[in-house]
Design a protein around this ligand. Structure first.
Ligand code: GDP
Length: 292
């Protein structure tokens, strides 16, 4: 069952708002990876609100739950902007970071398609020169999307790939450059140096770039995703999250946990493996969507 289905099930099947209802709610929230503290906080606030509004009928309690989740979500990061930042003029550079297997390459493929459809001239940089197959996989997406790609042989210096891509992007007036990077978290110092070097190369060529550093996280890994996020935040200036594999996961509550613990906005969500399965993240739509 997805997070929404579990919440719906709980809300549809209770008879009285009593201790066991709140127990079940806490269990559902924890199971959905909202995080223990946040689950307790939500449950406390709901107790008060349910009392205050004298909500007894399931529909009324459900409304309180929805209102409260949105309120808590908003309060956790009212200053956060979940829109992508673009260059005021000229080239926009977006760097993608994250460990292997989270869906980085797939996300870039989907996003390139999305912006190409909007009439943008998109270039990809295959700067994950470390993982075997990563360059070819991005190349397949480039061909499928009909966008250009800059690549070098495996094990090349990622910054050299980025440098070539920036030169091309500027010379040929591209609107957006998406940079795929390697995610070697087991060697944090190395990763940190590599990302720092790449960022230096980028900002030397395009002041104010990169405009975004998007951390890609796999929702199905639950609290592990949160741990990865904390490490990446220490490694580089992450500006936002793309949360993949939210299709069919019981762990959608990770969205709330990311907001509450990391104070990073989720900007896009991945809802499947196909090219159209990527959506800008709309917080209230997401929370209302849980109860459909
Ligand atoms: P990378 O190593 O981070 O570049 O990850 P990939 O892009 O290669 O993705 C790893 C696997 O996850 C692939 O099989 C993708 O098809 C799959 N994947 C990526 N995004 C999603 C998503 O939103 N939903 C689902 N169900 N699968 C996804």
């Amino acid at each position: 069952m997805t997070f929404g289905e579990r919440l719906n099930h709980l809300l549809a099947n209770f008879r009285h708002v009593d201790e066991s209802f709140f127990d079940d709610l806490e269990e559902t929230l924890i199971g959905a990876d909202v995080g223990f503290e946040m689950a307790m906080q939500i449950s406390e606030q709901l107790r008060d609100e349910v009392k205050l509004q004298n909500a007894k009928k399931p529909k009324d309690v459900q409304n309180v739950v929805v209102q409260k989740l949105i309120e808590i979500y908003d309060a956790a990061g009212a200053e956060e902007n979940n829109q992508l930042t673009f260059a005021k003029e000229g080239l926009t550079v977006i760097l993608f970071v994250g460990v292997n297997g989270v869906g980085k390459t797939t996300t870039i493929g989907k996003m390139a398609n999305r912006f190409k459809k909007q009439g943008k001239k998109v270039l990809l940089a295959a700067a994950d020169t470390f993982r075997a197959g990563a360059i070819e996989q991005l190349n397949v997406w480039a061909e499928r999307d009909g966008v250009d790609i800059v690549k070098k042989p495996e094990k090349s210096d990622p910054s050299a790939v980025v440098f070539d891509a920036l030169k091309k992007a500027k010379a040929e007036n591209y609107d957006i450059l998406f940079v795929d990077t390697a995610g070697r978290l087991q060697n944090k110092a190395n990763l940190m140096n590599e990302l720092a070097k790449m960022k230096r190369v980028i900002s030397r060529e395009v002041p104010e770039a990169p405009h975004e550093v998007l951390l890609v996280l796999d929702a199905t890994t639950g609290q592990n995703a949160l741990t990865q996020a904390k490490l990446f935040k220490e490694t580089t200036d992450v500006t936002g999250i793309v949360l993949t594999k939210l299709d069919g996961t019981a762990r959608g509550g990770i969205v709330l946990a990311i907001r509450n613990e990391l104070h990073l906005p989720v900007k896009y969500v991945g809802l499947g493996e196909q090219v159209d399965d990527l959506r800008p993240f709309e917080p209230s739509e997401f929370i209302y969507g849980l109860f459909k």
